[in-house]
Ligand binder design. Sequence first.
Ligand SMILES: Nc1ncnc2c1ncn2[C@@H]1O[C@H](COP(=O)(O)OP(=O)(O)O)[C@@H](O)[C@H]1O
Ligand SMILES: [Mg+2]
Length: 311
Amino acid sequence: MSALLQIERLSVTYNLNGRALPALQEVDLCLAPGEKLGLVGESGAGKTTLASAVMGLLPRGATVKGAILFKGQTLSSPLLARLRGREMVLIPQNVYNSLNPVFSIGQQMEDLLVKAQLPRQKRQQLILELLGKVRLPRPQELPGSYPHQLSGGMKQRILLAMGLSRSPSLVLADEPTKGLDPVRRMGILRLVKELVSRNGQSLILITHDLKAAVYLCDTVALMYRGELVEIIPASCLLTAGLHPYTRALLAAAPERGLAIPACGEGPPSPAAVQGCPYSLVCPICLPACRKKKPPLFSVGPGHMVRCGKVA
Ligand SMILES: Nc1ncnc2c1ncn2[C@@H]1O[C@H](COP(=O)(O)OP(=O)(O)O)[C@@H](O)[C@H]1O
Ligand SMILES: [Mg+2]
């Protein structure tokens, strides 16, 4: 089947006060129609950068190399303007900045649907339907309420309803449960899975939480300092994860509920990305790994690893 999204040798470098800061290094990734991919990695790994690049939402000054194709077409600014919000949506990480505090929920949802050129009565009916779909209690009371009257979990469900309102083929959810308590987190994740599966939509779920990725996704891609280090079928991850970074995450997992700790080591320095970015902390690092970055190496169906020990 042809890919819905194809990312080819994508590199993104930010400009930080004149200093080049590489955030993504030659990322190759392919997403089939209906496939759910979990993008996992610690803070600063480049996950949001990847999502922003796909959506064409990188800040000015960021340098992009490589190509991104959607349904076989190279994404350009005019094409992105047509696709964004319709065919591709981003469910953002920060629920607090994503809803406008001065407009009611109903007004904000209507604004979206006006763009879809639906008549008023149809719009209002659809809003209630969408609020019901994301299982918000008493949906008929919600259009008149304002963001400050709602909890974080409710706001996240509303953002989800807004994101899915145009039946996009690709949903990118950037840590959609950040800041929510564990019970609400699982509730939202289950809902995301159910809604995208029901409509055959593709999903890129960005998360810190390996367990959530295994539970929700078909494939898991692990990122370390701007690079993909392993791509693996979700069902194999717990038993057959190979990269030493994956192994370290799995070994650390039980007591941390599989959530990845933020390492706080900061961005990759241009010097460190000469060789394998994990070589600095890798327990099985070979001398060659420090000099030359190993390629992503196929080790089984849908399973690729970037490791000098495996190649
Ligand atoms: N707008 C920006 N300008 C400069 N550097 C940035 C910007 N956004 C992110 N970065 C840097 O790029 C790297 C990757 O960040 P990000 O994609 O946000 O990672 P993640 O989402 O995995 O936490 C980090 O080192 C981060 O500090
Ligand atoms: Mg992020």
